[in-house]
Design a protein. Structure first.
Length: 276
């Protein structure tokens, strides 16, 4: 019996390489003393339809789909990756990606792991993916899964399935949802407002601003004040509500939302780009 310790990371790595189930991967690694190539052979010998030897390839192409539930309270983004744009632009591949999204919505899927286990007909999505690998000869996977819940969620797909955006609002507004989602796609904000900028990014931007001021030869006592001004510029360019509204740059996104409903708020957003 094997004395090699098989970790959860090892099991996950084999799952990513082959698309096989978690328990099957655990048994394969145990039986092969943690040797990945031997584990792949073990799975194949047991009749598993594994994506053998595809795991070392880059799957930077693919299809991104953003979609909401019928009541617009939940939104999903999936990236069904492949290796070439020849495959990703194929109508059958796009339909395959859409079938995975439909399954995610219909089953109210919470995570990527749960999605892979969901069945379409008699086969799990993980098995369906392995069928695609065998069919087209490229590495295929659901490489990204995002889920958003809010009183109202809008979804937007940009650039022939190359980017997907979800935006959560505090109350229903189809107009605001669509326009804010397009804003996020175009301007790539890092946060909703300055108060939600991650602390590490804020610290880095402040440090850069202070060093820039010092390099300009300004007195040290002025550095903090001038750096604050530079940070405000950063907030205006990089946070959603402070950005100039792309459809009317005389107003901010915050102003646009207030013009529709003074109580309307953005609660969350997700932006997924192919290859990122």
């Amino acid at each position: 019996m094997s004395t090699t310790t098989i970790t959860a990371a090892d099991i996950n790595k084999l799952r990513q390489l082959t698309g096989a189930g978690m328990m099957d991967c655990r048994k394969a690694l145990t039986e092969s003393d943690g040797d990945f190539e031997a584990a792949i052979d073990y799975l194949r010998k047991k009749g598993q339809k594994v994506a053998a030897l595809r795991g070392d390839r880059d799957a930077k192409e693919g299809v991104i789909i953003a979609q909401t539930s019928a009541d617009h309270k939940t939104g999903y983004i999936i990236n069904v990756s492949c290796e070439t744009d020849f495959v990703s632009k194929n109508a059958d591949y796009i339909l395959f990606a859409q079938s995975i999204m439909n399954a995610a919505v219909q089953n109210n899927v919470q995570s990527l792991e749960q999605l892979n286990a969901v069945k379409i007909g008699n086969e799990s999505i993980a098995d369906k993916i392995n069928d695609q690998v065998a069919k087209i000869g490229e590495k295929v996977s659901v490489s990204r899964f995002e889920r958003v819940e809010a009183p109202y969620v809008a979804a937007y797909i940009h650039g022939a399935y190359r980017m997907g955006v979800l935006v959560g609002l505090s109350k229903p507004s189809e107009e605001a949802g669509k326009d804010v989602a397009m804003q996020i796609a175009a301007m790539n904000p890092i946060a909703i407002d300055q108060h939600s900028v991650p602390a590490d990014i804020l610290a880095r931007e402040k440090e850069i601003a202070v060093e820039q001021v010092k390099a300009e030869g300004k007195p040290a006592e002025m550095a903090e004040k001038i750096a604050s001004g530079k940070l405000n510029k950063f907030f205006k360019e990089s946070t959603l509500l402070a950005q100039a509204f792309v459809k009317d740059n005389t107003k901010s996104v915050s102003d646009f939302l207030k013009s529709i409903d003074p109580e309307l708020k953005v609660t969350t957003f997700k932006r997924v780009v192919l290859g990122a």
